[in-house]
Design a protein around this ligand. Structure first.
Ligand code: NDP
Length: 313
């Protein structure tokens, strides 16, 4: 079967650049939206040029020019969007409604993967304010996709390893301490940690896979379903030293969110749901509308938590 042509929107982003690399590595003709707004952002331009050198095609376009989006979409079979959705960086999830309109107008796209790549928003109706905005906005985009009858795959990638393992699951930290750590309650709630390069590899695997059509694909590498305490133990083994541990109760943590900057509050609410509630692991994947990536693609040799953490030694 001929491999689909892919357009990556947000290809210079934290996840997007990995999607570009994975798409090229898996042999897809790969197009990247080059937005005029990036202007003289030399880092982004250099990154785009390096992708071009590796065989990607750069397509000019802008979210302020609908026809340019339609023209870009018409070049490909599959569109993957990795537009920003982390408030402490930038949150542009609803801009995707323009992309949905463009895909609808172009009429040729066989699969659209919107910018999701986290907690499944469909399971977060109960999420707390203000963090729920991420899930609510992602659901608005899903509704538009489904109303337009656009074939889709939603990728629920759980915790990006760089944020969560880097900080031993502590918000606001991305380098693991060699001295101390605070635990969410008893630290025994399970979460799921995925190397961002593996997220990209699994995502690209889904695009020509009929088993992923109109499905939610959860990335749950079995060895990486661990509690915060287990993550800390792996780190302690690697550095050959026990960390000093303190604990924050659920009530204390919730109280600590009040009065913070809005963007911080959004992030802290996400940590609350992951690390106290266990929202990533407290449900079963149904096997019909929902599938698990490491089961579908056992050939992917995913990175274990221990191997990921070696980089900080
Ligand atoms: P980034 O913050 O790295 O941004 C990605 C890209 O979005 C940018 O490079 C840019 O692409 C595009 N963008 C930003 N602002 C605008 C704008 N105003 N107009 C048009 N495009 C814009 O995103 P991430 O990689 O951090 O996030 C991608 C997805 O992953 C999100 O859905 C996010 O929620 C999710 N995520 C999940 C995490 C987890 O732990 N599960 C952690 C972090 C993110 P360009 O300039 O190339 O066009």
């Amino acid at each position: 079967m001929e491999k689909s042509k892919v357009l990556i929107v947000g290809g210079t982003g934290y996840l997007g650049k990995r999607l570009v690399k994975a798409s090229l590595a898996q042999g897809h003709e790969t197009y990247i939206l080059h937005r005029s707004e990036i202007g003289v952002d030399i880092e982004k331009v250099q990154m785009l040029l390096s992708f071009k050198k590796q065989g990607a095609h750069l397509v000019s376009g802008s979210f302020s020019d609908q026809q340019s989006l339609v023209n870009a979409v018409k070049l490909v079979d599959v569109v993957i969007c990795a537009i920003s959705g982390v408030h402490i960086r930038s949150h542009q999830i609803l801009l995707q409604l323009k992309l949905v309109d463009a895909i609808k107008e172009a009429g040729n796209v066989k699969r659209f993967l919107p910018s999701e790549f986290g907690t499944d928003p469909a399971r977060m109706e109960h999420a707390l304010e203000p963090g729920r905005v991420t899930f609510d906005d992602k659901m608005v985009v899903r509704k538009a996709i489904q109303e337009a009858n656009i074939p889709f795959t939603y990728v629920s990638a759980n915790c990006f390893a760089g944020y969560f393992l880097g900080g031993l699951c502590q918000p606001g930290r991305i380098i693991p301490s060699r001295d101390s750590v605070f635990l969410f309650g008893d630290g025994n709630t399970k979460a799921i940690y995925v190397d961002e390069d593996d997220i990209a590899t699994y995502t690209i695997k889904t695009i020509d896979d009929p088993r992923a059509l109109n499905k939610t694909i959860y990335i749950r590498p079995p060895k990486n379903i661990l509690s915060q305490r287990e993550v800390v133990e792996i780190w302690e083994k690697l550095i050959g030293k026990d960390l000093h541990k303190s604990s924050i109760s659920e009530q204390e943590f919730l109280a600590s969110i009040e009065g913070r900057e809005y963007a911080e509050q959004v992030g802290l609410v996400h940590y609350y749901h992951v690390c106290y509630e266990g929202c990533l692991t407290n449900f079963k994947i149904d096997g019909k509308d929902e599938r698990e990536a490491s089961e579908l693609y056992p050939e992917v040799n995913y990175t274990s938590v221990e191997d990921y953490m070696r980089r900080y030694l």
